[in-house]
Design a protein. Structure first.
Length: 252
């Protein structure tokens, strides 16, 4: 058993300082650093500072914001149901959109998220400038549920090149007994504090997940317990599971 885990609670008692081997280059190095930022409140290298926003703030900044009733998307329906987020569960889709201020590229900033108690589903993220995903996501969550209820964070139908590159060249490889695109929709679970786990945290989507946790929770109180990936019709889905960090077991 990994000595960094508290045996009584199965949660990390202390963040790891490093990974035993580097199989995944800068992705893995960056992911291990981000993991420490989440779990170790004494790590002074963490540059992240929460910057809370509200939907009213976004509207004042010229963003179009639309809120509609929603439900779990079909691409993650079975997985979400296994975690208690059943079809028909009341959820809210919130779309925030604003053109870029870049005169050479007016492509819009778009955040299309579905929010429910304990779950956030990111369906589309396109950011050119302005507020970051973590800020917008928390603003949306506050409209529906306490952000600190978050336990399951989904990114669906991922097209981010950096994240796709990592999955295709580092994880879904013959060395791991996998191929991309996958021939099945079997889920792969990437366990806490492994090289693959760190590599995933080092991707662009991993950065979004880490920054969201840093935006919501005080450092050293919650962590990413595991990352789950799977393929639906040649489309990548990722789930990050968020759990509290248990206090170290008392000496007896």
């Amino acid at each position: 058993m990994n000595p960094a885990w508290d045996r009584a609670h199965r949660h990390p008692a202390a963040p790891p300082a490093s990974t035993s081997r580097n199989d995944h280059g800068e992705w893995q190095v960056t992911g291990a650093i981000r993991q420490r930022w989440i779990e170790d409140a004494t790590d002074t290298t963490c540059p992240f500072q929460p910057a809370p926003l509200t939907l009213a703030d976004l509207r004042r900044m010229g963003w179009f914001v639309q809120t509609d009733p929603s439900s779990v998307p079909s691409v993650i329906m079975d997985d979400a149901a296994n975690l208690g987020h059943y079809p028909g569960t009341d959820m809210t889709r919130i779309l925030a959109q604003k053109d870029s201020t870049n005169t050479a590229d007016k492509a819009p900033n778009v955040f299309d998220l579905i929010v429910g108690h304990g779950v956030l589903i990111a369906e589309a993220i396109f950011r050119k400038d302005g507020p970051h995903f973590s800020q917008v996501a928390v603003a949306m969550m506050r409209e529906v549920a306490d952000p600190q209820s978050l336990r399951h964070l989904y990114f669906t139908t991922i097209i981010n090149p950096d994240t796709q590159d990592f999955l295709e060249t580092m994880l879904y490889t013959p060395r791991n007994g996998l191929l991309w695109p996958s021939a099945t929709d079997t889920q792969e679970v990437w366990h806490y504090n492994t090289p693959q786990y760190h590599g995933l945290l080092g991707t662009r989507i991993g950065k979004c997940a880490v920054n969201l946790i840093l935006e919501i929770f005080p450092r050293g109180t919650h962590y990413i317990a595991r990352v789950v990936t799977w393929d639906i019709a040649f489309s990548l889905q990722i789930r990050f599971d968020i759990e509290p960090i248990a206090a170290p077991a008392a000496a007896v």
